[in-house]
Structures are given as structure tokens and as C-alpha cells.
Design a protein around this ligand. Structure first.
Ligand SMILES: [Fe+2]
Length: 268
């Protein structure tokens, strides 16, 4: 399975367009939160309408999984905690999202909402505990914030990660956690797009300017993960211990090179 991870689109429609273009070239697209942008001139309810149209266009070409980020929260729940209620409409488009657990082949995806308080946090803990009971060959979490104390959450001066999710990862050791949130992590000293906590791989593609989002492609058959950005392209072997620095990607497989070519053609 070739899984494209993008997060932190922040209502940059050029980046949504790129994902639409790439979707037919992979087996699965994961958008790991911050689809919308709080500081935009466009009101967020209007952004949400456009984002849903993009979700539909992506879903027409590939399976799509979503989770919310801190920029996506629109409504307080019964406990007064902010949630991304609008994102739930994606289910009508056959797109699993916050709070859903979705199995594709031998891989179970646990899609975690952004938690704003103890109620949602407890719901995520319960969801993870439930999914642990039926854990298949591969277990993947989608959670906007990467774990605290990881290069994937390093902001250059301190970690911006989630202490709670780190505890969950240490306790359950999922195979992979797909995240975003800390835009600069892959681009700063001591930061990275990839990390390993015990047996768990953690990925954060980061955020870059321009029409092409920095992105990670996980190829579970490889098994290998690739990070492509304006500044560098790197890879990691998933069945080997993590060794830093991660090697630059000098000879991408043909399918990955083809993705890059198609993406670049759009801009020509
Ligand atoms: Fe973000």
C-alpha cells in the first residue's frame, strides 16, 4: 500500500489541487488535520464548504482518511470542548474521519480528533483501547499533533508535541503514527520528518510555502517511507533501525519519480 500523507494545508487551494492530482497515483490519501486556516480572510464556514468539495474530488480518485487539527475546530460539544463538527459531513462521502476506525486489508487506521479538553481526550483513549483489542497485522494512528520530545515535534527551541499521545504510543506501540502540526520540524536542526519510539514510526511531513505541500509517502510493501520537500528528499527503511542522518533520496523508485514529474508538470 502506497499512502500519501499531507497535513497543514491551511486552506491553500493550490495544495488541495496538488493532492487531487496525486490521488490516482497512490492507494490511499491521509490528510492529517489543519485543512482550514483560522487567520484567513475567508470565513471558516465558507472554507469548510470548499474543503469538503476537495475531499469529494480526492475521494473520487482514491480512498481518503481525515482527522482534525487545531485550525479546524468549529463547534463546542456538550462538555464545552471545541470539536470539528463540520468534518463529520465527510462520512456522507465515504470518507472516515475523527473518531472512526477503518480497516483496509490488514491495516487498521485509528482516526483521532484534535483534543481540546478532557472529554475528547478520554474518548480518544477509549477508541485506542477498543482498537487494541482487534489489532490486525498493522495498526496506524492518524493524530494531528506528533508526540512530545520527538524530532517530529521539535520547533527549533522547544518541543510542540503532545505529551498525552506520547504516553499512548509508549503504551500501545502502534506501527505508524501519521501527524502534522509542527510545521518547521523537518526543516530545523535537531528536527525531522521521521522518528521512532520503540517499534512505532512517527511521521510529520511539515509545512512549506508554495503549491506543493511537503509530503510523506509510506510504501508498506517497500517497506520504506519517503519525504519530499523544497529543501530535501529523504527516505527511511521501515524494517531497519532508525539511523540518523536519514539518507538523501538519490534514486527514487519509478512510481515516486513519476509522481514528482506529474506534480511539476502542473506548475509548468
Ligand atoms: Fe498547522
Amino acid at each position: 500500500m502506497k499512502c500519501l500523507l499531507v497535513a497543514d494545508i491551511h486552506y491553500d487551494l493550490r495544495k488541495f489541487d496538488w493532492v487531487v492530482e496525486m490521488a490516482p497515483l497512490v492507494d490511499l490519501v491521509v490528510l492529517a488535520g489543519d485543512h482550514l486556516e483560522i487567520a484567513s480572510m475567508v470565513a471558516r464556514p465558507d472554507q469548510a464548504v470548499i474543503a469538503q468539495k476537495y475531499f469529494r474530488r480526492i475521494r473520487e480518485k482514491a480512498p481518503l482518511l481525515l482527522c482534525s487539527g487545531n485550525h479546524d475546530l468549529d463547534v463546542k460539544d456538550g462538555n464545552g470542548e471545541l470539536t470539528a463538527r463540520w468534518l463529520g459531513n465527510a462520512r456522507f462521502l465515504d470518507i472516515p474521519t475523527d473518531g472512526d476506525s477503518h480497516q483496509i486489508g490488514d491495516t487498521l487506521f485509528t482516526l483521532c480528533p484534535w483534543w481540546d479538553g478532557e472529554g475528547v481526550k478520554a474518548a480518544i483513549a477509549a477508541q485506542i483501547a477498543r482498537d487494541a483489542e482487534r489489532r490486525p497485522a498493522r495498526w496506524v494512528w492518524v493524530h494531528h499533533a506528533p508526540p512530545d520530545g520527538s524530532p517530529t515535534s521539535w520547533g527549533g527551541h522547544r518541543s510542540y508535541g503532545d505529551v498525552t499521545v506520547r504516553g499512548w504510543i509508549e503504551a500501545y506501540q502502534p506501527d505508524i503514527v501519521l501527524s502534522g502540526h509542527v510545521h518547521q520540524s523537518p526543516f530545523v536542526a535537531n528536527g525531522s520528518w521521521a522518528d521512532r519510539l520503540g517499534r512505532t514510526w512517527i511521521f510529520n511531513a511539515g509545512h512549506q510555502v508554495g503549491p506543493i505541500p511537503s509530503h510523506v509517502v509510506v510504501d508498506t510493501e517497500g517497506p520504506q517511507a519517503y519525504w519530499l520537500s523544497l529543501t530535501a528528499a529523504e527516505s527511511a527503511m521501515l524494517d531497519a533501525p532508525l539511523a540518523r542522518p536519514l539518507p538523501p533520496l538519490r534514486e527514487p523508485p519509478e512510481w515516486l519519480a513519476s509522481m514528482a514529474r506529474q506534480g511539476a508538470r502542473r506548475l509548468a
